[in-house]
Design a protein around this ligand. Structure first.
Ligand code: 5GP
Ligand code: ZN
Length: 133
């Protein structure tokens, strides 16, 4: 299977490592957008957060949280955690990854959603989406 993050984990493609343990690797995102933008990935291939077990997912998420603390200790003012699940949600690499994006006050990075052109009817949407079981 052709997976760029598996190739990075195997050392076939270089990366700038931030953290590693027996189950995860964290390395700088290649995008060069926000300084310190990091990806945390499980070493065992799984395509996305919907396909992995809760246990696998929570392990990766816990490491992402640890990195947030680490970045704040280093002097960052905050961080964004982003997880895209499936191509429709912007997932481009089909190997589960958590973006950890360290932030500085006034860094100008924008992760905000654009307002929709139509006005949502929140009562109807809540009725449709409510978890019933
Ligand atoms: P997604 O859109 O799937 O949530 O994010 C994938 C991320 O992987 C993107 O931010 C992209 O810049 C990053 N990326 C893609 N290929 C590589 C690579 O070869 N090396 C590194 N370090 N990051 C990559
Ligand atoms: Zn993979």
């Amino acid at each position: 299977m052709d997976c760029i993050f598996c190739s990075i984990i195997k050392g076939e493609i270089p990366c700038h490592k931030i953290y590693e343990d027996e189950r995860v690797l964290a390395f700088l995102d290649i995008s060069n957008d926000v300084m310190g933008h990091t990806l945390v990935v499980p070493k065992t291939h799984v395509s996305d957060m919907h396909e992995c077990s809760n246990e696998e997912f929570l392990y990766v998420l816990e490491k992402a949280k640890t990195l947030v603390g680490h970045f704040i200790k280093l002097g960052f003012d905050g961080a964004n955690i982003v997880i895209n699940c499936k191509p429709a949600a912007g997932q481009e690499v089909g190997h589960l990854h958590v973006h950890v994006i360290p932030r500085k006050k006034g860094d100008g990075a924008k992760l905000t959603m654009q307002p929709a052109s139509e006005k949502f009817e929140l009562c109807e949407i809540a009725k449709k989406l409510e978890v019933k079981d």
